[in-house]
Design a protein around this ligand. Structure first.
Ligand code: SF4
Ligand code: SF4
Length: 145
């Protein structure tokens, strides 16, 4: 059994901290790129030219000067919320964050929603971690009342 066998609590306070600052990348899968481009009404090439950067062999969103996400609005909302990248949708249930109690405690210091709110069972966390879990299921999962 994983160390989080009794589950972990999470509820996003919408503080936007994880969308700001210079650390980290918002990685984009081909599916993420396709969905966001369609949502914005852009052709794939136009979307890539404006919003995507190559980091090594991976694709990520460009940042605003200062490091905030390009899609973080003035009022600290996500401009592409319905199609936000899978990485954003599943935060904080990422492999490196739920790897150990220490890595979870570390993120809980930066994310006020981690450790509060409803309990996500180990099975639910594992579904969030599974790259094959359909987005529709992830939306329901991550919108737990
Ligand atoms: S840091 Fe945590 S609480 Fe704040 S917006 Fe991100 S997920 Fe939500
Ligand atoms: S895409 Fe949206 S949720 Fe993801 S980092 Fe940018 S503003 Fe935040």
């Amino acid at each position: 059994m994983s160390w989080y066998g009794k589950g972990l609590r999470f509820r996003c306070t919408q503080c936007s901290h994880c969308c700001t600052g210079q650390e980290g990348y918002v990685w984009l899968s081909p599916r993420d790129q396709e969905s966001i481009a369609r949502h914005l009404g852009l052709a794939h090439d136009a979307f890539v030219k404006r919003y995507v950067r190559l980091v090594g062999r991976l694709f990520a969103l460009v940042d605003k000067p200062g490091g905030d996400c390009i899609f973080l609005t003035e009022d600290k909302r996500c401009a592409i919320h319905p199609v936000k990248p899978r990485q954003c949708l599943t935060f904080p249930f990422w492999p490196r964050i739920v790897e150990t109690p220490a890595s979870w405690d570390e993120i809980a210091e930066a994310c006020p929603g981690a450790g509060t709110g409803p309990i996500y069972s180990a099975a639910e966390i594992d579904r969030a971690l599974d790259r094959d879990t359909p987005r529709e299921e992830l939306w329901k999962l991550m919108s737990k009342p």
